[in-house]
Ligand binder design. Structure first.
Ligand SMILES: Nc1ncnc2c1ncn2[C@@H]1O[C@H](COP(=O)(O)OP(=O)(O)OP(=O)(O)O)[C@@H](O)[C@H]1O
Ligand SMILES: [Mg+2]
Length: 321
């Protein structure tokens, strides 16, 4: 038996670690329906963790439990050293939240609301982390300067979502939860948001836990990806690690004499070396492709779905595996 990675081998006690989020065997039941079946994962300081999964997989449920907005059915959770179910105001001031959907404060103006919400964080300012961020800086970060004095009810969908992000970061959180933050963003807003995420994690050491259905976005942002399907984590790793888990094969594509060629191989470097060694200068458009995150995601989620179908069939006297 090997020691857990955050356990001191000699004493068996937890050793100081950078874990900001620690989830162990989390379960959630709504009425008689089990939605989370034992979810375990960690997030370290400064890490960007992206949670993927089909509609209804349980992403929002996990995030809202970690935020202290929903009470779990079972499991052990530590977020910034406390149990979210019983955590205090000082703890709340250290986290930032962008919910999947909420509508409020319609009569307020953008700058005014941010100023107001920011003032709640001032008492929780520390020597290491002054709070809140400057309102105008935040307005600029989310590119809402032109709309700073506009009433919130009159903002467009994407502008409103950018305000949600501003509200999430105004208190200079150490841990930021973002539930589908970029839904409704135009391409420029999306790119600005990606820059903001990198800036927060790299420069501020902010830990970020984010959900999205945009796999391209996940690949760009994630240090680590969790894939949730049917209330279970079916994959946990970097985009590269997940791709290798599904297939070690790469696709080599090239052109020669006006024709396209494709070859699938486990040894792309060796194949390309060989190809070029025997090339008389005619090979062009050479490209090596690994499974994209979309390929990987589809494979892993379908694998889970197939497993579930087989279980159901077995229950009805169908084939067993
Ligand atoms: N308050 C509730 N009462 C009963 N069932 C709920 C409740 N909230 C969520 N559920 C159910 O729990 C499951 C997980 O929902 P959740 O909102 O966590 O999914 P999600 O992964 O965030 O999905 P999406 O991608 O659509 O946002 C769904 O089947 C949903 O219908
Ligand atoms: Mg959701």
């Amino acid at each position: 038996m090997s020691a857990r990675p955050d356990t001191d081998v000699a004493t068996g006690l937890p050793s100081p670690s950078d874990d900001v989020v620690h989830v162990d065997d989390l379960r959630m039941r709504y009425g008689t329906v089990d939605v989370l079946h034992g979810v375990s994962f960690r997030a370290r300081r400064g890490e960007v963790l992206v949670v993927l999964g089909p509609n209804g997989a349980g992403k929002t449920t996990i995030i809202e439990i970690l935020e202290g907005f929903r009470m779990r059915s079972a499991g052990t959770i530590e977020v910034l050293g406390q149990d979210p179910a019983t955590a205090d105001e000082a703890w709340r001031a250290r986290i930032g939240v962008v919910l999947q959907s909420w509508r409020d404060h319609g009569k307020w103006r953008v700058r005014e609301l941010l100023q107001h919400l920011g003032s709640f964080y001032a008492p929780y300012s520390t020597a290491a982390r002054s709070r809140p961020l400057d309102t105008d800086d935040v307005v600029e970060m989310v590119r809402l300067r032109e709309h700073a004095d506009q009433r919130i009810a009159t903002l467009s969908g994407g502008q409103r979502r950018r305000l949600d992000v501003a509200i999430g970061i105004i208190g200079r959180p150490e841990l930021l939860f973002l539930d589908e933050p970029t839904a409704g963003f135009d391409p420029q807003a999306r790119r600005d948001f990606h820059d903001l995420v990198h800036r927060l994690s790299d420069l501020e050491g902010t830990t970020i836990l984010l959900t999205t259905h945009d796999l391209d976005e996940a690949e760009k942002l994630a240090d680590r990806i969790l894939i949730l399907a049917g209330g279970r984590i079916v994959a946990n790793g970097s985009a590269d690690q997940l791709a290798r888990e599904v297939s070690s094969r790469a696709e080599v594509r090239w052109m020669r004499g006006g024709s396209n060629f494709i070859h699938a191989t486990d040894d792309a470097a060796g194949f390309v070396r060989n190809l070029l060694a025997h090339d008389d200068g005619e090979v062009t458009e050479l490209e090596v492709r690994r499974a994209s995150l979309e390929d990987t995601y589809m494979t892993l989620v379908q694998r889970h779905e197939t497993g579930r179908r087989d279980e159901t069939l077995a229950g009805f006297g169908g084939p067993t595996r």
